[in-house]
Design a binder for this molecule. Sequence first.
Ligand SMILES: *Cc1c(COP(=O)(O)O)cnc(C)c1O
Length: 448
Amino acid sequence: MKTIIEPFRIKVVEPIRMTTREERTHCIRETHYNLFGLNARDVLIDLLTDSGTSAMSSGQWAGIMRGDESYAGSESYYRFYDAVVDIMPFKHIIPTHQGRAAEKILFSVIGGEGKKIPNNTHFDTTRANVEFTGAEAVDLVIEEGKNPQTVHPFKGNMDVAGLREFIKETGAENIPCVMLTLTNNSGGGQPVSMQNIREVRSLCDEYELPLIIDACRFAENAYFIKLREEGYAGKSVKEIAREIFALADGCTMSAKKDALVNIGGFLCLNNDDWAMSARNLLILTEGFPTYGGLAGRDLEAIAIGLEEVLHEDYLQYRLRSTEYLGEKISAAGVPIVRPVGGHAVYIDAAAFLPHIPKAQFPGQSLAVELYVEGGIRGVEIGSVMFAGAAKMELVRLAIPRRVYTQSHIDYVIEVILEVNRRKDKLRGMKITWEPPVLRHFTAHFDYV
Ligand SMILES: *Cc1c(COP(=O)(O)O)cnc(C)c1O
């Protein structure tokens, strides 16, 4: 098998600034060892998130110039609409400024006190928007999805028996919808199988419950189905994606992920009453229904991105480049969440640094070290982020789409392996200041 190459060539380049270890040591000390506080110009390889960090194609940039900025009924809206329904055949397509705006509107319509919403795993903004309405967000991922070392082809699957129990206990009348997050971001970017989606659908039919898909990484999930699920090898990813959405009653989408743009989102619904209420809220907070929270040019870029993201050479490169990073560091003995998901590699910092207790934030110590050693910015997902509720101590290295080449990734591997060689020297950390909420963004740290 030949090397799977980047299926694009580079027409515009964005220089990245080389820094010395001394400079980086100074920068990170200035931010009190918080990677969110860094000035991005001091970061060499930025793996903080894959959200909104994609490189747009020449086709998308051409679309930006074509954007029709008419307040109502813009040409760009109709191109956006056609591109969405081509994949997601829902009755109502409502543009929003990003995924969480779609969530905020949906749950304002269907959430509320006494309601419960099951999901394989709620992403943090989804959970926050459910809970803000007084409803409860319940995670029901399969057992295998909870253990970093358990290998399973579809670790994002919903526990269907658990969902049935949940519906019986809660009463269908208290459940406004069932959700499935594709891929399961909070569980490590793990996919959900078509069979699982079908089983969840038939359970929803039994209790007359709507199924809503969190579609952020639908293309990556569809390609995993093609690679791993029996009967799908011969189908196109677009056919698979259509099959997924045909099983649902609506979706929320962050276009900052699998629509390959830097901002945008949308809400799709079949239910006319929900859609009417959603559009009324949309006008209050986002904008007129043919642009939502977006400029015409953004709608144009999303339309083109949705078409490009289903190209199979792109998806093959995308999943392979993430897997490549995971494979190389794992072969050198660095513990990671397995199998590697679609958009990120997660290092198991607790296993990597067994000499640092959880209370001394092994993930934070490792994330800081990767920056000092090589200018790489990842993010701690563990006791800093979730305090006592943390189940694992992870450092996530999220891969922006179409941004870095294989030699960038090779460099990242070299830096991780260098830190691996002297990991015994890494020290635990403590929090010296923290804000009342969401402490990981602004907390100050120091070494113990
Ligand atoms: C990013 C994300 C969201 C929220 O989208 P934003 O565009 O960041 O508001 C919701 N669900 C999942 C699974 C995500 O990854």
